[in-house]
Design a protein around this ligand. Sequence first.
Ligand SMILES: Nc1nc2c(ncn2[C@@H]2O[C@H](COP(=O)(O)OP(=O)(O)O)[C@@H](O)[C@H]2O)c(=O)[nH]1
Ligand SMILES: [Mg+2]
Ligand SMILES: [Zn+2]
Length: 377
Amino acid sequence: MSKKKRKVRAEFRKNRTPRARDKNWSQAVDPDADETADLVNRQSVTGKGELTRKRTVADAEIAEDDAGVTVLPAIDPETCRLGRVLRVQGLINLVQLDDGQIRQCATRRLLKTLATDQRHVVVAGDRVWVRPEGADEGIVERVEPRRGVLSRDSRGRQHIIAANVDQVLIVVSVAEPALKPHLVDRYLVAAERNGVTPIICLNKVDLVDRADLQPVVGTWAQYGYRVLQLSATREWGVDALRELLAGRETAVSGQSGVGKSSLLNALDPQLGLRVGHVSQENQKGRHTTTTAELIPLSCGGFVVDTPGIRQFQLWDVEPKELAGFFRDLRPYVSHCRYPNCTHDHEDECAVKDAVADGYLDLRRYESYLKMLANEPA
Ligand SMILES: Nc1nc2c(ncn2[C@@H]2O[C@H](COP(=O)(O)OP(=O)(O)O)[C@@H](O)[C@H]2O)c(=O)[nH]1
Ligand SMILES: [Mg+2]
Ligand SMILES: [Zn+2]
């Protein structure tokens, strides 16, 4: 993580850009001198005749973190206090300050207007500086650089599912809904990309013959990924899972209906998370997971229970770096004839040769090709 102290020139988001005025720019005398000064300061005419607004924020730092680049405006350490975001609901961030106090906080406008390709300015798990207001409210003045994140691409913007976690539980079911190994592979790449330890949780193994899972489980395990075979309803594997979560901060992610809430309830019955599909009538049911939420565990540590994700598209992974995030493909890439080999159509490709010779798993290679082509999971 590197920090630079400098003035920040931040572009406002497009939807806040004022429309070009009809006003005649060459008008010699402008009675509204202030407005003219304003225009000179804040607007510049680009080649396309578009207006962009920029603003210089004095006293801010720029930091590179696990989620990208973040702007850290100066805060007043006398009045502001550090805390952790438990949940973001609409415009309100529920923040627990380090002294335990829980406050409902709005987000400082400046943070929202700084140009960013992130879908949300504040996310569950964030460390934030809060300026307290009243008995139980406040304003989030600044978000600290994030260290372990799980993020995905949501229509061209970065959706940070959880911030500041050590590990991610990739929860899939082996039946109802059927196992999607490719989705697991995608999560694995995202975890490798962000330096978060992945734990693969195959739930509902009570519904299948475990021998059928062996080929796919074997490949992941062979490359050092931890794979748990669980049944939340029968409580199989739950003790092992609890041991892995105790004292750590873990994001729990997967499609809806795979048993995330059931697993968390099984390992900590005090949680009482709502289980089951959201039916048509109670789409807005209060207790179903609709927003990521930081939940303390009685065995120590936190989990971030996240809403079911239908599509998991990779965020900020260049095609040329993709193979490097596959632990199995990685050792071969330097042996290809072309240094920029995509391991797709090129000849004298060490990866393709390894697949043909049976050293690499064909399913994993196909998974790689699908991600390379940016096909939906
Ligand atoms: N057979 C079986 N069903 C399970 C298991 N875990 C969860 N379920 C069921 O799967 C459905 C979805 O579970 P839920 O925990 O709400 O999934 P979530 O959407 O991922 O949180 C519920 O009907 C659960 O009873 C399991 O290990 N075995
Ligand atoms: Mg749930
Ligand atoms: Zn190659």
